[in-house]
Design a protein around this ligand. Structure first.
Ligand SMILES: [Mn+2]
Length: 407
């Protein structure tokens, strides 16, 4: 058997390289700033103060990993009134990244106490729609293709509002929002079973998201946030169904042990992430090797781990699991499946999962002039210490207090 310079067989080495070449991950601007749980924040001296810092950090992650060329932005947090979109695009370019998905914010303001698109008050629905339409327009100005609203909508008590009326308000709202998309823009519909609403969330699962996306129009897709599922839910099955329906638009990567924990991906259950990626590689194999367009994004905001380290760790773990999943021999798998050979089929997955792809990843990185180990390189670069010093000084000048109280 000939060996590739990756330590794998030639065929497997090529599979890993081909997989990594088309796997890009968008990091979130909010993952670089001081954010935390609803109970409190633990501030980090190196946390980004403004959008410039966030873009610099995202640029550093891309410089180290070579696979994170875009940054997701939050309209309210990153584009305060009066900010110039062209200037933001220029700033991103200066840091070697581009602006990716645009996330409207219809959950933070006081008026959204009873929801946004699902709110029983039409005046609030109009305000929410205007913000979302403005976000689509902003996305168009900065050349962003993905509009990714997250709706905190739902109710906390039985009888609080009509579930069917809320459903219809969402159908109407998403349809209206879809109407203002440019031809190449995609509306991502994200779902979540609970929190902050604890009786019913208006878009609670992939089925509701899929129905709403289909009724909204041809440019709407479902966004799978890996943390937004009940315990024991088979996420790869959801992914397989969405792929088969042509409705999988993207992912928000994170891991969880209980609910929406926003832990680094693969920290709790790497085999689940592997199985999700396996469905995607299998789908592409069935399509003659063509991969569907999927927006891979990170949705994590670390309160305990150093933010930049957690981001790089997330990216390299995702790459590793994506590469492992690419090693499954789909033709052989089909044979096992047709013979009813369950053990043989399962072993193909287990063998791929247990294959050490470290060397293959190093080879891929060296060929692209990237550090062998992006996390080691980050630690050795002194970037975090420098950011901590510079930003602490700037906070003092700006009078920003990283207060220990809840904010
Ligand atoms: Mn999310």
């Amino acid at each position: 058997m000939t060996m590739h310079s990756t330590g794998l067989t030639n065929e497997n080495g090529e599979r890993v390289v081909a997989a990594l070449d088309q796997f890009q991950i968008e990091t979130p601007s909010w993952g670089y700033a001081d954010t935390g749980t609803r109970f409190g924040k633990f501030y980090q001296p190196a946390a980004a103060i403004d959008l410039g810092d966030k873009l610099a950090d995202a640029g550093e992650v891309h410089r180290l990993t070579g696979c994170c060329p875009s940054v997701a932005v939050h309209v309210l947090w990153d584009f305060p009134a009066g900010s110039d979109p062209a200037e933001v695009v220029r700033l991103a370019g200066q840091h070697g990244v581009s602006i990716g998905s645009v996330n409207p914010n219809v959950f933070q303001d006081q008026q959204y106490k009873f929801g946004s698109f699902g709110n029983p008050n039409e005046d609030v629905r109009i305000v929410a729609m205007k913000h979302c339409r403005d976000s689509v327009e902003l996305a168009r100005q900065i050349g962003s293709r993905h509009i990714s609203p997250w709706f905190a909508d739902g109710t906390n008590y039985p009888g609080q509002d009509s579930i069917r009326a809320r459903k219809r308000r969402f159908e109407e709202g998403l349809k209206q929002l879809h109407e203002c998309l440019a031809d190449d823009q995609i509306l991502l519909v994200e779902y979540k079973p609970f929190e902050p609403a604890f009786y019913q969330t208006d878009i609670a699962d992939w089925g509701m998201a899929c129905l709403l996306a289909k009724s909204a129009g041809p440019q709407a897709r479902v966004l799978v946030d890996t943390g937004h599922h009940y315990l024991a839910q088979n996420i790869e099955q959801i992914v397989a169904w969405l792929l088969d329906e042509g409705m999988l638009g993207g992912f928000h990567f994170n891991d969880r042990r209980y609910a929406d924990d926003d832990l680094t991906i693969g920290s709790i259950d790497p085999y689940q992430v592997f199985r999700i990626f396996h469905e995607i590689h299998g789908y592409a194999f069935d399509q003659g090797g063509t991969y569907p367009e999927i927006a891979y994004m990170v949705d994590q905001s670390h309160n305990l781990k150093p933010k930049l380290e957690a981001m790089v760790q997330t990216v390299v773990v995702a790459q590793e699991l994506y590469a492992k999943a690419a090693l499954v021999n789909h033709a052989a798998l089909a044979v096992h499946q047709s013979l009813g050979d369950i053990v043989g089929a399962e072993r193909l997955l287990q063998r791929a999962f247990n294959t050490d792809v470290t060397e293959a990843l190093v080879t891929w990185r060296r060929q692209r002039g990237l550090p062998d180990d992006p996390l080691d390189a980050l630690r050795e670069s002194g970037y975090i210490e420098k950011a901590a010093n510079d930003r602490t000084e700037r906070r003092e000048q700006l009078g920003i207090v990283q207060s220990s109280s809840y904010a």
